[in-house]
Design a binder for this molecule. Structure first.
Ligand SMILES: NC(=O)c1ccc[n+]([C@@H]2O[C@H](COP(=O)([O-])OP(=O)(O)OC[C@H]3O[C@@H](n4cnc5c(N)ncnc54)[C@H](OP(=O)(O)O)[C@@H]3O)[C@@H](O)[C@H]2O)c1
Length: 320
């Protein structure tokens, strides 16, 4: 049984609780957020004990903490949870930059505890089936990734638009694109970026292209244009389209050089975080401190791409 504490009771925490009951051997035990009414609203819906402080939550009888606050506070709560002896699943981006991420990872290593960034796409059934399918019927070496996401219908009071809460399109959305490029093309060699800022001082739309060990990626992310949301991966013998919204993958088309077309269709259930939760709990059971899928190196590579892109468009957060 994995006994969970949740810090932060917003949109993604609700989606987490859609998934948690789908995975056997889990229980929600403790909940804390900044506003007491958020906590009681959450516990009356999903159960768990409402905590008055974060300290109370960390002292409660839990094995793991899911950190579902905004990126400005991810590091503080991750470090507090690790210091309290708890495994941590932290929402993306796990830290505002590589320096802060390394601080978290050093504490996880010193404590011998599991730390994983919540980067969900590789755990979805479609993504797993796609990777498995390509072992028997490969598209050759992948050499190019083109992907993007821009969502124009987010309400103006959404934290994505907040400089203080470490919003912006690169931090909130671009990290998914960074994941895809690294996952298919390997370690990053260089990044080039352009970004357009809004009144709040965060990037409303950014494009970034990167050179990796295995090839090139062209990526975009935005908060004010209606994007397409699909992803293209090109190899020497074929290409793959992961259809929109590729970061919640459910359908893919593989087109081979010899003319064959293969369609993969794998709907996901319960909001899709159930697969990531199952993986995380499996790691705890196996006594592992790192995911082989979203490894610490993957988290380092993802945030490093964003660090490089932000440096080029001139976006620094408080304290940087
Ligand atoms: N994996 C995914 O599919 C996915 C999707 C969307 C977002 N995310 C990520 O999830 C995170 C949360 O996003 P969201 O959309 O859920 O945001 P949200 O709806 O605004 O929820 C954030 C929650 O955290 C609480 N909170 C914020 N700052 C806090 C602090 N300093 N201390 C304690 N509680 C705090 C809020 O507090 P109160 O209500 O108590 O005021 C709120 O309950 C972000 O990092 C985002 O990038 C992931």
């Amino acid at each position: 049984m994995t006994r969970w504490g949740i810090i932060g009771c917003g949109r993604i925490a609700h989606r987490f609780m859609q998934g948690l009951p789908e995975v056997s051997g889990n229980a929600l035990v403790s909940v804390w957020s900044r506003r007491p009414e958020s906590v009681t609203g959450f516990t009356s819906k999903f159960g768990g004990n409402p905590c008055g402080t974060v300290e109370e939550l960390l002292l409660s009888d839990i094995d793991a903490v899911y950190i579902a606050t905004l990126p400005d506070s991810h590091a503080d709560y991750s470090i507090a949870a690790l210091n309290a002896g708890k495994h941590v699943l932290c929402e993306k981006p796990a830290a505002i930059n590589l320096t802060v991420l390394n601080r978290i990872l050093a504490i996880a290593a010193a404590k011998g505890l599991l730390f994983m960034e919540g980067m969900k796409p590789p755990f979805f059934p479609l993504y797993r089936r796609l990777k498995a399918y390509l072992i028997d019927d490969p598209i050759g070496e992948a050499g190019y990734v083109r992907a993007g996401s821009s969502v124009a219908d987010i309400s103006p009071d959404h934290p994505n638009f907040s400089y203080e809460l470490v919003g912006g399109s690169l931090m909130q959305i671009g990290i998914y694109e960074a994941f895809l490029a690294i996952d298919w093309l390997g370690a990053t060699k260089q990044v080039q970026a352009l970004g357009r800022f809004g009144e709040a001082g965060i990037d409303m739309f950014s494009i970034f292209q990167s050179e990796h060990k295995g090839g090139y990626a062209q990526l975009y992310c935005g908060l004010d244009l209606h994007g397409m949301g699909d992803a293209l991966i090109c190899g020497t013998k074929g290409n793959i389209t992961i259809h929109k919204n590729w970061w919640n993958p459910a359908k893919a088309t593989i087109s081979y050089l010899d003319g064959r077309i293969v369609e993969l269709d794998e709907p996901y259930t319960a909001g899709g975080l159930n697969y990531e939760i199952e993986h995380f709990c499996g790691l705890i059971k196996a006594g592992l401190t790192e995911s082989p899928v979203i490894s610490h190196e993957m988290s380092r590579q993802m945030i490093s791409m964003l660090d490089a892109a932000r440096a080029q468009i001139g976006l620094k957060f408080r304290g940087e």
